[in-house]
Structure formats: structure tokens, C-alpha cells
Ligand binder design. Structure first.
Ligand code: AQP
Length: 343
């Protein structure tokens, strides 16, 4: 069975974008793939995290996984730092990847801003650790939101350069399988209606954990009141909803809210517009709020229950860590042999 890997950073409040773009899509893959879902705490510390907040956020992501329907028995749920091989392979990849590749990453440019001399070295190397996360398990399928596409292309570049630089030893050791490749080429799974959810305040910016405005995102732990309020206050233009998707062009906020409605109701945007086209925001926003509450509130209730019992969550992460390590260790062993490290 093909192996799936994906990760979420415990770097703040999980939001609707993380759910629709990633977590929700993790669930059905359990039926068809071997699935590893990781709370990437080592990625999170590329920007400063208060230790206690990091611990809380780590448990919160794990709780969201479980509440969304990821079964800790069928899937491996763990936090990255429990499997030291992630860091070890990332180091090897730091020596494979080129600084120029990292400098081109738009996420780095966005997060570093004008201050790129003064951000952590880890933030620059972030995609190298992400490549290690995936390739440590030779995962071939990676469900992510649209914003991660460039990082996944880099993962392929790193795998290809590793395979190429070490082609001779890979061959000599017989570790290249039929194709001569040690690391597989990974495919991003970016599909469906909600691969990029935008901020509720600005339809041109993605919904993000690190947006300073809490009003910009619907958090998975928001209660019904907060959800309704945020949707009511969401920025929109004054025009009515259009009858067709073409009518959403040049209206990013309208497009975003219709997209969210479509994703939450498992319908297409044309279907949503068939119902709401020609109606005003005073009709659409309350309907969207009701829908969002009906989807999210069972999940947040379950998350809260789980978070009341951190020991159980920690046990899930520990068990997942051991199972992940059992897959990673032999692959890392082969990497050490390929690179020429003496054991
Ligand atoms: N707005 C979004 N729409 C759709 N998918 C999204 N994802 C994030 N934002 C959206 C997807 O969620 C997964 C986890 O992302 P991450 O935790 O690794 O970090 P990120 O992509 O940088 O997400 P955030 O929420 O914006 O966090 P910060 O602000 O900390 O950077 C990924 O699959 C991502 O595509």
C-alpha cells in the first residue's frame, strides 16, 4: 500500500483552512493508504514558541486529528520531535539542498519579510526538514493545502539530487530497487474545492494561524457565537451573490465565502450559487454561520473532551512515535550507509 505523510504545525490556533485544506482530507485516506499524521513541533520552533504554549498546541493538533475522525489505531499519529531521525535526515538534506533553492521559497520570503537577516536559520531550512519528514518514510502521497505546493516541488528536487549524487553507492549497495532511485518522487494531493481558504478580513490573504487578527480566521475551538460573529463581520463587497461562478471573478471575499460554503456542505460552487445567487449577504451569512456551526461544533466538543485528558493524548503520541520510528530507523540506516557514515 502506498504511504501517506502529512504534518501540521502546533504554532497557534488551528483554523478552518487547516481543517478544510488538510485535516479533513486526511480521514478517507486511512481506508486506502498507510497513513502517518504528524504534529510537526520541530517546524513550529522555526519561529519563537513559548514552551508551555507549544505543549498545549501540540496536544490540540493531536486532538483535532482524532476529533476529525483519524483513528489512532489505523493511522500513526505522533509528534515529530519523538523521532530523532527527522532531524538527522534533515541535516543530510541541508547538505544536499542549495541555499539558492531555499531563498526562492515564497513562504520564507513572506515570513521573513524585510528582516531576512534576522530570522532563524531554521526558518530558511524549513523545506529541508519537510523533505526529511516525508522521505524518512518514503511516503509518496502528501495531502496538503495549495500553499505547500512549492515546498513539495522542492522535496522532489532534494530526492532527485540525493539519488543522483549518490547514484553509485546506491547501486553498489543494491538499494535503488527497480528504478535505481533510493528516494521516491512524492506527489502532492492538492484537490477539491477548498485548497486555499482566505482570511475573513482580506480575500487576498490566506487564512493563517499567525495572522495577528483573531477575526481573520474561524478557529476550530471557537464556539457557535464566535463563529456566527466572525462570519457576520467578514469583509464583503456590497453586491448580491452572483448567479454563476464567473460572477465571482474579481470578488475575492465573495468567492472565498462561497467556497467555504461549498466545502462545508460537500457541494460545488455552482450548486451553492444556484441556491443563493441574487440573494444578499443578509441571507447568505446566517446560512453559512449555521452550516459552519453544524460541522464544527461536534468537532470542537470532542476536541475539548480529549484535551481534558492530556495523558491519553500523550499516550497516543508516544505510541505513534514508536510505530513511526520502527519505519524510519531502517530507512535512516540505509541513508547512513549510502552517505558513508561508519557505524
Ligand atoms: N488557508 C488555508 N487554506 C487551505 N489549507 C491551508 N493550510 C494552511 N492554511 C490553509 C494547510 O494546513 C496544513 C497545515 O499547515 P501548517 O501548520 O504546516 O502551516 P501553514 O501552511 O503555514 O499554515 P498556517 O495555518 O498559515 O500557519 P502559520 O500561520 O503558522 O504559517 C497544510 O497542509 C496547509 O497547506
Amino acid at each position: 500500500t502506498p504511504r501517506v505523510f502529512s504534518g501540521i504545525q502546533p504554532s497557534g490556533d488551528l483554523h478552518l483552512g487547516n481543517y478544510l485544506g488538510a485535516i479533513r482530507r486526511f480521514v478517507p485516506l486511512q481506508d486506502t493508504h498507510e497513513t502517518l499524521y504528524c504534529v510537526v513541533d520541530m517546524h513550529a520552533i522555526t519561529v519563537w514558541q513559548e514552551p508551555e504554549a507549544l505543549r498545549r498546541a501540540t496536544r490540540e493538533v493531536a486532538a483535532a486529528f482524532i476529533a476529525a475522525g483519524i483513528d489512532p489505531k489505523r493511522s500513526i499519529i505522533f509528534n515529530q520531535s519523538q523521532v530523532a531521525e527527522h532531524a538527522e535526515l534533515a541535516w543530510v538534506f541541508n547538505c544536499i539542498a542549495r541555499i539558492g533553492w531555499m531563498n526562492r521559497m515564497t513562504q520564507f520570503k513572506d515570513k521573513a519579510g524585510k528582516n531576512s537577516e534576522n530570522v532563524s536559520l531554521g526558518l530558511l531550512a524549513y523545506p529541508s526538514l519537510m523533505a526529511a519528514d516525508i522521505l524518512l518514510y518514503k511516503a509518496t502521497q502528501v495531502p496538503v493545502g495549495d500553499d505547500q505546493k512549492q515546498h513539495l516541488e522542492l522535496t522532489r528536487d532534494i530526492a532527485a539530487k540525493f539519488n543522483n549524487d549518490y547514484a553509485q553507492t546506491i547501486k553498489a549497495l543494491g538499494l535503488g530497487g527497480d528504478t535505481g532511485e533510493f528516494f521516491p518522487m512524492t506527489d502532492p494531493l492538492i484537490a477539491g474545492p477548498a485548497t486555499r481558504i482566505m482570511s475573513l478580513r482580506d480575500g487576498t490573504k490566506k487564512m493563517s494561524k499567525s495572522d495577528p487578527s483573531d477575526q481573520s480566521r474561524i478557529s476550530l475551538l471557537d464556539d457557535a457565537d464566535a463563529i456566527a460573529k466572525k462570519i457576520r463581520r467578514a469583509t464583503t463587497d456590497p453586491a448580491e451573490l452572483p448567479e454563476t461562478v464567473e460572477g465571482l471573478a474579481g470578488r475575492p471575499e465573495a468567492d472565498n465565502l462561497v467556497g467555504i460554503y461549498a466545502a462545508l456542505s460537500d457541494r460545488s460552487k455552482p450548486e451553492v450559487l444556484a441556491e443563493f445567487g441574487g440573494k444578499g449577504w443578509g441571507v447568505f451569512k446566517p446560512a453559512l454561520a449555521d452550516l459552519a456551526v453544524s460541522v464544527l461544533s461536534p468537532m470542537s466538543t470532542r476536541m475539548r473532551e480529549l484535551l481534558d485528558d492530556p495523558e491519553t493524548i500523550d499516550g497516543v503520541l508516544r505510541d505513534g512515535g514508536a510505530r513511526a520510528r520502527a519505519i524510519a530507523a531502517p530507512i535512516m540506516d540505509e541513508v547512513r550507509r549510502i552517505v558513508g557514515f561508519v557505524r
